[in-house]
Design a protein around this ligand. Structure first.
Ligand SMILES: Nc1nc2c(ncn2[C@@H]2O[C@H](COP(=O)(O)OP(=O)(O)OP(=O)(O)O)[C@@H](O)[C@H]2O)c(=O)[nH]1
Ligand SMILES: [Zn+2]
Length: 308
């Protein structure tokens, strides 16, 4: 039978078969796919083939993994130079952010957007908690929305508390598999509970099945939406990472820079203080947002430190 992985712990998997039933699945032997070094061979969202070991049992063996349309990864918490695949076969990725309580920095959002570009996953940014926004916070929201929409991303305002803006966001989730991320306290659990009323997110105890709970490692999990579509939650994960980004590739992950890269005098221009830099000129001319450029510089510096 074929199915889709809804949960992956690294040692067992929850697979929803084409018959609509869930199976506890394991793998036998070593799987190596896509020629990438990852600490987990199978991730949430993977399409798999499986066989029942014993007739009538709900425990099955995964025999094959389908080709991935895409995936997102982060640096493995266990092995320094290995990837950990967070999820596969995504249609889009939604970051929950907020201007207040606690503020999401533009740098954090821009890192997320770079990662989405890198993995070829369309990105959406949703600013929650609008019920506490004062006039200056709304201005900040409008500023960011304008920047992001100009660059090609969707940006929304929402208040889960007042149930405002939710319908429009639900529309964007229809018939899609969407990965949800965001820093702690932004309202991720509240959001999932709002779109999937019976998801029981809050009561889900992730330490229950990971032994004594000394690991803070948590696993992504997929949920069916009450309308057509799926959500992938990434509990405890602030962001998926910029693994293996080369410094010279970074500006290619900023769409507004990508469009101008051929105009720099040097083809290996890093857009810092090289002469004839079209990117710096576009910042001066107000064609590229200055704060986006600051994010670029900050991310570039962080790549230097990590030698990825
Ligand atoms: N004012 C306001 N508070 C909200 C809103 N949405 C969520 N909150 C509050 O923000 C806090 C964090 O919400 P959670 O849903 O637990 O956030 P989370 O992102 O899942 O956080 P972690 O569980 O720490 O990962 C809670 O106190 C919520 O009640 C909102 O729209 N407005
Ligand atoms: Zn340049």
């Amino acid at each position: 039978m074929t199915g889709i992985v809804y949960k992956s712990t690294g040692s067992w998997y929850s697979v929803k078969g084409d018959d609509g039933k869930f199976y506890n699945a394991r793998i036998k032997g070593v799987f190596k796919i896509d020629d990438i070094t990852s600490t987990n061979p199978i991730a949430v969202g993977d399409a798999v083939e499986f066989e029942t070991e014993n007739e009538g049992e709900a425990s099955v063996i995964i025999t094959k993994i389908g080709d991935r349309k895409n995936y997102v990864a982060r640096q493995s918490p266990r092995a320094k130079h290995a990837h950990h695949i967070v999820a596969a076969n995504l249609d889009q990725s939604l970051m929950l952010a907020t201007i207040k309580e606690p503020r999401t920095s533009q740098g954090f959002i821009d890192r997320f957007l770079v990662a989405c570009e890198m993995y070829h996953v369309p990105a959406i940014v949703v600013f929650n908690k609008t019920d506490v926004y004062k006039e200056k916070d709304w201005k900040e929201f409008e500023r960011l929305k304008t920047i992001y929409e100009a660059v090609g991303y969707k940006a929304f305002a929402m208040s889960l508390k007042e149930r405002k803006g939710l319908d429009e966001i639900k529309e964007t989730l229809k018939e899609k598999t969407t990965l949800i991320s965001g820093h702690s306290g932004v309202g991720k659990s509240s959001f999932i509970n709002a779109v999937i009323p019976d998801s029981k997110i809050k009561t889900q105890d992730v330490s229950g099945w990971s032994g004594k709970g000394q690991h803070t490692t948590t696993f992504a999990e997929m949920y069916d939406l009450p309308f057509d579509g799926k959500l992938i939650d990434t509990p405890g994960m602030r962001e998926f990472g910029l693994v293996d980004v080369k410094k010279e590739e970074l500006s290619g992950y900023f769409p507004e820079m990508r469009a101008r890269l051929n105009d720099c005098q040097f083809n290996n221009c890093q857009h810092i203080n090289e002469p004839g830099c079209a990117i710096k000129q576009a910042v001066i001319d107000g064609e590229i947002d200055e704060d986006r450029y600051v994010s670029y510089v900050n991310i570039l510096e962080s790549l230097k430190d990590h030698e990825w």
